[in-house]
Design a protein around this ligand. Structure first.
Ligand SMILES: [Zn+2]
Length: 456
């Protein structure tokens, strides 16, 4: 039946297409995005099955559920998952912990809101078989949509999307499909589940055909991303826990993806078969923003990085005793410099390595365990990290905005209580901040001048 329906869809499309007058072929290359989410789709089953539409994409493994044991950890269920997909941040920022939660935090906008704020003329659409995405978490953003739907069947919502693609001039469409999740809950892994993926693949093919026709007809430049909110447990019926299979998702793109993201997220954490070496669900929003060219400095606070377009990485070094020492954030567990799960002491490590950073405007950002963190000086009171009065330990804070810095002539300064304080590495002997022999805690000293750095 589903296959038959697909054929009918194709006939309808053919008829529609013969009616569409091929108007302006002016290849303006206008950028457009279709984001398709297929709920509860196990990456390994997509890989194992014959899925010709998925084969038209570049598909990479990715993960959900945040980083286990970190502040970003979240249940591998739909509420937190879709909220992360549409905001680019984890639960500790967006605040949605379960399927029954209400609005996501207004501090972390959805992709609908980012695009509307960037250009209120953009035509945005959202069709979601699982309604709560629209009616609960992003209810305040629905006014931005030119047309929307919640509930109904996957075929209904694919048809709505095809109608928009063939009859309208959309800039961004989010489409949520639910069949694999429902099949998994009812039957676990097996024939029914596999069939639901094959039907989803067929729907993807119809969507991709429609997008490619638009590109050929109107000269538009479409980014199509496909992802899922979570994997499934051993039997395929349930999900929600921190297991490799439930954390495994995918990101598929009709365009080639960045190659350098894997250098940036090289993590010491090898849990879950090294899944943290892959991009996360948080990469979707930065990727879309960067593709549209509306990624601004502040978006480097998001918990993911763009998979499309260049990521210009900065590294900062200091010459300490004739050695080139790199600015890093990866304090070893059990070191005396652990501030809290959201705060990472900044240090210069003289082993020759430096962590990738992003210098944007007057801030320095780091992606730490796929959390967006910013360089700061205001260590909370009561931590063991107080140096003398004039010295403030530098840290990367993964929840706060970061302190405004002046970065010029290879030096960094910041105003602390109206005093100009210089970024340095030379913690005084006898402070409690001595890390290993090779490591020097970074600090802002309000009585000394900034150290000369090498910013690459
Ligand atoms: Zn489910």
């Amino acid at each position: 039946m589903a296959k038959f329906k697909g054929i009918i869809n194709k006939l309808i499309i053919t008829v529609i297409f013969s009616m569409v007058s091929v108007c302006s072929l002016a290849a303006n290359g206008a950028k457009k995005v279709l984001l398709v989410g297929v709920d509860g789709t196990q990456y390994e089953r997509v890989m194992a099955l014959n899925t010709p539409a998925f084969d038209r994409f570049n598909i990479i493994k990715a993960y959900t559920g945040g980083v286990a044991g970190n502040k970003s950890e979240q249940r591998t269920v739909s509420g937190p998952g879709w909220t992360t997909i549409l905001t680019g941040v984890w639960k500790n920022k967006h605040g949605v912990e379960s399927n029954s939660d209400g609005l996501a935090s207004s501090s972390w906008p959805s992709i609908y809101r980012y695009l509307h704020d960037a250009n209120s003329q953009l035509k945005l659409y959202g069709f979601s078989t699982w309604g709560p995405i629209h009616t609960q978490f992003f209810a305040n953003d629905m006014a931005f949509l030119s047309s929307r739907a919640e509930g109904g069947s996957d075929d209904d919502n694919v048809q709505r999307t095809l109608n928009v693609l063939y009859h309208d001039s959309p800039d961004f469409i989010f489409l949520h499909l639910d069949e694999p999740d429902a099949a998994g809950h009812s039957h676990g892994f097996g024939h029914e589940y596999d069939e639901s993926i094959i039907r989803s693949d067929h729907r993807l093919g119809l969507l991709l055909d429609a997008v490619e026709h638009r590109e050929q007809t109107f000269g538009e430049n479409w980014l199509v991303l496909v992802t899922t909110d979570h994997g499934r447990d051993f039997m395929g019926k349930g999900h929600g826990s921190q297991t490799k299979q439930e954390k495994t998702i995918f990101i598929a793109s009709n365009k080639p993806l960045n190659k350098n993201y894997q250098d940036i997220i090289a993590l010491p954490n090898k849990s879950f078969g090294g899944i943290y070496g892959w991009p996360a669900q948080t990469y979707i929003v930065p990727t879309i923003l960067n593709f549209f060219g509306v990624m601004s400095d502040i978006h480097w606070r998001l918990d993911g990085l763009p998979l499309i377009g260049d990521i210009n990485v900065n590294r900062i070094y200091a010459n300490i005793g004739g050695k080139k020492c790199g600015l890093e954030w990866d304090v070893n567990t059990a070191s005396p410099a652990t501030i809290g799960m959201n705060e990472h002491v900044a240090k210069f490590d003289c082993d020759g390595h430096a962590d990738p950073l992003f210098i944007k405007g007057n801030k320095i950002y780091a992606n730490i365990f796929n959390s967006g963190c910013t360089l700061q000086w205001d260590v909370d009171k009561g931590t063991p990290l107080t140096l003398e009065e004039s010295e403030h330990v530098a840290k990367f804070d993964c929840t706060d905005y970061g302190d405004p810095l002046q970065i010029k002539n290879q030096q960094i300064t910041s105003y602390i209580d109206d005093q100009l304080c210089g970024f340095q590495w030379d913690a005084d002997a006898g402070t409690p901040i001595t890390l290993g022999r090779n490591e020097h805690v970074a600090k802002f000293d309000c009585q000394g001048s900034p150290d000369q750095l090498i910013i690459e």
